[in-house]
Design a protein around this ligand. Structure first.
Ligand code: HGY
Ligand code: MN
Ligand code: MN
Length: 429
């Protein structure tokens, strides 16, 4: 889809071909999917392995040393000009949602790779190691969590996670083992904050703000907090033809009433979003009254206490529905993270890079979650958004323009050089 007002800003001569190459690579990765007619790439699968092998080959060719950590994140290292230098991480994730777009995740990994390729081409090394990190699980499609890869790196991976099972009953521990990782050593994946300069993520915006402002890139201020829950309503199965309506304990009707209550409440609540994206009914048979229904609930807001208040209010609503319908309720939080501000100093350098590259500086918040949320617990983070066609994401129509990707690569290039200058000045003092 063409954008109306492309800004006539020249980008570095290398950036357009680099952006074209990046988009061709994104097309190539999109072919590596578990489902032939759509992009679906769960963590720890042979398909993830295939994608990692391709990205690892590009990393090798760019002059990086490549390794996998114990959970299975892929990491390419472009060494610093001096020994014992700190490390800047650039990355994002390679897993997807079901029936995904091509850019949510891969764009950030491929941008890091392009940044290193540009350095290699000009024979430059920086006063810091540049590591491109491709997280193995961010979306949580397989184990219904979020950030498993980046939480291993931030040291927030909880050993209990290893007992989580996927829809086939495979435990996370077994999935990691089958992928070639080592679930017993995930604690060792934690990076020492003292060795890190920061984490920079480039990501498709997944919203309409940049498009409406006719600007190719934007600097993120903060990432909204989120709570993900698994909620089960339990009633009693019965014959669809014989149990009178007044005597039923229909779990699906209880869940349906709750889902509509969530929608009605959040429509009235500014900036609040809540989504029921999964629904599982048992026994899932057309002539049996549903006995048990489990739904997901994803609640997000920029204000932590407001999000928590709303979650509590929704719990009370679910309890009330269950009392009136003679159901029982199981309410479980599967993931929670607070709103995460980006680091002002690192974001300041990113903003300076945007301006140095010749673009207007626009700041915006992120409603979507990113690996940067986990990384912020151990190192300063910054996030650069790239304009997204129609604001569409988590959908196969997700699209970016080559000129915008070139702009983003140009900004990233300026960013690493500004950081290098700052570090050199700091060490000279
Ligand atoms: O769910 C999210 O916000 C992200 O796309 N993982
Ligand atoms: Mn996503
Ligand atoms: Mn993403």
């Amino acid at each position: 889809m063409p954008f109306a007002d492309d800004l006539p800003v020249p980008v570095g001569a290398w950036a357009y071909p680099a952006a074209e190459l990046l988009l061709a690579r994104a097309e190539q990765l999109a072919l590596m999917t578990e489902e032939p007619s759509r992009i679906t790439r769960r963590a720890f699968t042979p398909t993830m392995r295939e994608v990692q092998e391709q990205v690892a080959a590009w990393m090798h060719a760019a002059g990086m040393s490549v390794r996998r950590d114990n959970i299975g994140n892929l990491i390419g290292v472009y060494p610093a000009s001096t020994p014992n230098a700190p490390t800047l991480l650039i990355g994002s994730h390679l897993d997807t949602v079901r029936d995904a777009g091509k850019y949510d995740g891969p764009l950030g990994v491929l941008a890091g790779l392009a940044c290193v390729e540009q350095l290699t081409a000009s024979g430059q090394h920086l006063p810091f190691n540049l590591e491109v990190i491709a997280f193995v699980d961010e979306e949580g499609l397989r184990f219904h969590t979020a950030y498993l890869g980046s939480e291993a790196v931030s040291g927030d991976f909880k050993p209990d996670y290893l007992h989580l099972t996927d829809d086939e009953g495979i435990t996370l521990a077994d999935a990691i083992r089958a992928f070639g990782g080592n679930p017993d050593r995930i604690a060792q994946d934690r990076r020492d904050p003292a060795t890190l300069l920061g984490y920079c993520e480039l990501h498709i915006e997944q919203g309409p703000v940049l498009e409406q402002a006719s600007i190719p890139v934007g600097v993120v201020t903060a990432i909204a907090g989120q709570t993900r829950m698994a909620i089960s309503f339990r009633g009693k199965a019965g014959h669809a033809g014989t149990v009178p309506m007044q005597l039923r304990r229909d779990a699906l009707c209880g869940a349906a009433e709750f889902i509509l209550a969530v929608e009605a409440y959040t429509r009235e609540s500014p900036d609040m979003v809540a989504t029921v994206g999964r629904i599982n009914a048992y026994p899932d048979v057309s002539n049996v009254i549903p006995a048990e229904v489990t739904i997901s609930l994803d609640v997000r807001h920029k204000d932590n206490s407001h999000r928590q208040r709303v979650c509590k209010m929704l719990l009370e609503r679910a309890q009330h529905i269950c009392i009136t319908r003679h159901l029982t309720l199981d309410w479980r939080i599967v993931h929670e993270n607070p709103a995460t501000p980006c680091d002002p100093a690192l974001s300041g350098i990113l903003g300076a890079a945007v301006q140095q590259a010749g673009y207007p500086l626009l700041h915006l918040p992120s409603g979507a979650g990113h690996d940067a949320v986990a990384m912020a617990r151990i190192t300063p983070i910054c996030l650069l958004f790239v304009r997204c066609a129609g604001g569409i994401s988590h959908h196969p129509d997700e699209a970016v323009q080559v000129g915008d990707v070139a702009a983003a690569l140009d900004v990233l290039h300026h960013f690493v050089h500004l950081l290098a200058n700052q570090l050199s000045l700091g060490t000279e003092q």
